[in-house]
Design a protein around this ligand. Sequence first.
Ligand SMILES: Cc1ncc(COP(=O)(O)O)c(C=O)c1O
Length: 397
Amino acid sequence: MATPFTSDEIDAIRATTPGCTDRLIHLNHAGSSLPDQRVLDVQIGHLRREATIGGYEAAAEVAGDDAAVYDSIATLIGSRRHEIARMEHATAAWNAAFWAIPKRAGQRIITHDHDYGANWIAFLRAVEVHGVTIDRIPSDAHGQIDLERLATALEHPDDVALVSLAWIPTSGGLVNPAAAVGALTRAAGVPFLLDACQAVGHLDIDVEAIGCDALSATGRKFLRGPRGSGFLFVRGDAVDHFVPAQPDHHGADWTAMDRYVLAPGAQRYEYWEYSHASWLGLGAAIDVAASLGVDRIQATVAQRATQLRDRLAGASMNVHDEGIAKCGIVTTTHPRLTAAAVVSELRANGVNASATFEGSARADMEARDLPSMVRLSVHCTTTTDEVERVAAILAGL
Ligand SMILES: Cc1ncc(COP(=O)(O)O)c(C=O)c1O
């Protein structure tokens, strides 16, 4: 287990992060985190070049840097560069994989209560389009996907189109046992689509150890990258089994008037046009995270979230987090005030937080009969003092 950053190390990380000031306590990293100055410089520098010499000409200048972002991502998650597709955000990445995975009428999509709202909408659409059914695996006593029930659901693998799992759900505080799910799906030969939107930059990731066939990610959350950036991983040996739903002339080669050939590797999921500034910024964010050590970021986030859960309990807040392994997202309610009221009180006191809503987490909220909750999310930039100050504000409401 890696050691958390010391307070001096945290001060040094904060010193290169313009959003870290005495005037703001940012506890909304699960919404959109605070980028390092190097990320900002790369983005603004590229936008300037686009405005000065033209977008295509500026892109040609940084072709090598653009290509290097694939290497940075591959190193981050233990994959190979041709298994990575550039995406604008996690939902775009997840949908690219989801709609590429073959589905037959009558097959099941296996999922869990903590899967994300956007993914549930796609399941419902797939019921309409493909005649599949949704097989909802309940949580076990700890709140994570029930592995015994999953093993039973996989006993007839031909009936299953895919297994979908949110590794770190949008709320609920848990880290789902992705590697245990991967072991079951691999044994059954069923595609495993892992939503790692809240996990990249938050957990040390090795896609080989997890055994997922596809993984979707966003840049702006725990990677501290730009908004409008993300990526998709599709395992090399899965690429030929999955067919992108809407390839363009970058994802496929138009070889004759009546023919096209899909690009090799994950490029087949990409579109030609994209924000070069955001992509380069994502690369810079990943390089910053790598230089800090994602294992140490993970240890620091876990330590700070534990402190926050302790102090919230001391401030008479209800904490609704589940899981054997917990993450940096803390969900809580006030004994009297609504989540929206608490978020606006926090905002008035210079604290950024968010409120959960049913559209993101309906299955979990209904299963646990939860109201909208305050979501406080820490990062390696969060200090122990900030946690104490937020707990004191909440205790005083
Ligand atoms: C678990 C999870 N999956 C997917 C998403 C969607 O990510 P994006 O907004 O980058 O598409 C979110 C966003 O909060 C999320 O929390």
